[in-house]
Design a protein around this ligand. Structure first.
Ligand code: FMN
Length: 373
């Protein structure tokens, strides 16, 4: 029987924080908050059921601004009234020994016009949304940029007040921060657009703001991570993995505590790469050279796939869909019961898996996303 001891080695994330193992729960939106933007009871139960899976547990993304709501029933950070239930979320996520990280997000042009303030979405430039080209955002003014940067700081402050161990800045998956990095979505000619150096300015401004809040209100153990998509393959003018290495260097120079590369397949190689077929994870790990921990994710179902991610250079590996389908994943791997790991969704298992109604509906109905029995 194979041993997966490597997954269960402790890992020193920062000078102050050592994680008990190499496993992470990837951030996953639940579409299940209460209508006033608070965390619902169904969400608390869902997170609690998964609290013993990993050393680092990242929440679904919370909206930092009324201008940035991206999901129906998304939970919000910008109102003090949400704090008591946010505290309960932190408690639920920490109840199995994980560090709890709140992922903070602004949807930008990917936000839903019908959910945001004045029904007008914002972005770096007035370029139609990636997922819904009928939605045309308004180009942000300097004032609006400053406000959103400040709102990321407020969200970090809320995370501290609620008792989270850290925040993850959501710079991936086509949302506002990535829209600034992308030369396709960012057509600005001021200091926030143009050459890569300018397009990265917003990412760094958000990190600087979050860190200044953390220095002021949290102790040294508070974690600040950053998630990015490593390349933009959907447009001719998309940014590349090489561009991303500059983002990563800037984040490291500013003292980020970890970086998290968002992918659907942990083994992906850069688009159009010819030659030695090194994975994006491997290239990034090589470039980073252990200056900061790297989290990798994408398509991990069996422990061997997780262990392979570590061998490829990742310091930590994250489970997304698998953590929904198999809340006992880690216990089964530890017990050597890998044959019984569930890798598909049984439509009759919602209660047993403790999945909120709205999340369950979405994942069982959206074709090709989750393998449904
Ligand atoms: C239901 C669901 C919700 C997601 N929500 C988020 C999110 O809030 N923030 C984020 O950065 N990624 C989100 N993702 C992407 C995952 O974090 C992960 O990168 C992706 O699912 C690939 O990993 P997997 O193959 O292990 O599922 C979501 C994925 C799923 C399945």
């Amino acid at each position: 029987m194979a041993s997966y001891d490597a997954l269960f080695e402790p890992f020193k994330l920062t000078d102050e924080v050592t994680l008990p193992n190499r496993l992470v729960i990837a951030p996953m939106t639940t579409w299940s908050g209460n209508l006033n933007g608070t965390v619902s009871d169904q969400e608390l139960a869902y997170y609690k059921r998964r609290a013993a899976l990993a050393g680092l547990f990242i929440s679904g993304c919370i909206a930092v601004s009324p201008t940035g709501l991206a999901f129906d029933h998304q939970f919000i950070a910008y109102d003090d009234a949400v704090l008591p239930r946010l505290k309960r979320l932190a408690e639920a996520m920490k109840s199995g020994g994980s560090k709890a990280i709140l992922q903070i997000q602004h949807g930008g042009s990917e936000a839903e016009p019908k959910f945001v303030l004045f029904n007008q979405t914002l972005s770096a430039s007035a370029v139609p949304s990636f997922s819904n080209p009928e939605v045309i955002p308004e180009e942000m003014t300097e004032e609006q940029i400053e406000t959103v940067v400040h709102e990321f700081g407020i969200a970090a402050r809320q995370a501290i007040r609620a008792g989270f161990d850290g925040v993850e800045i959501h710079g991936a998956n086509h949302y506002l921060i990535q829209q600034f990095v992308s030369a396709y979505f960012n057509r600005r000619t001021d200091k926030w657009g143009g050459p890569l150096e300018n397009r990265l300015r917003f990412s760094f401004a958000v990190l600087d703001e979050v860190q200044s809040v953390v220095r002021k209100y949290a102790d040294k153990s508070f974690i600040v991570g950053y998630r990015f998509s490593p390349e933009e393959v959907h447009r001719d003018s998309g940014y590349t993995v090489e561009d991303t290495t500059h983002l990563v260097d800037g984040l490291i120079d500013r003292g980020v505590n970890y970086v998290h590369v968002s992918q659907n397949n942990i083994q992906s190689v850069p688009t159009g790469q010819k030659g030695n077929n090194e994975t994006i994870v491997h290239l990034l790990a090589d470039h980073i050279g252990k200056r900061v921990p790297l989290i990798a994710v994408g398509g991990i179902h069996q422990p061997e796939e997780a262990a392979a991610g570590l061998r490829d250079g990742a310091d930590l590996v994250a489970l997304g869909r698998e953590a929904i389908m198999e809340p006992d994943w880690t216990a089964k791997v530890r017990a050597g019961e890998t044959g019984s790991i569930r890798v598909t969704l049984d439509p009759g298992s919602q209660n047993e898996l403790v999945v909120p109604d709205r999340l369950w509906k979405i994942i069982t109905q959206r074709n090709g996303w989750f393998p449904v029995d």
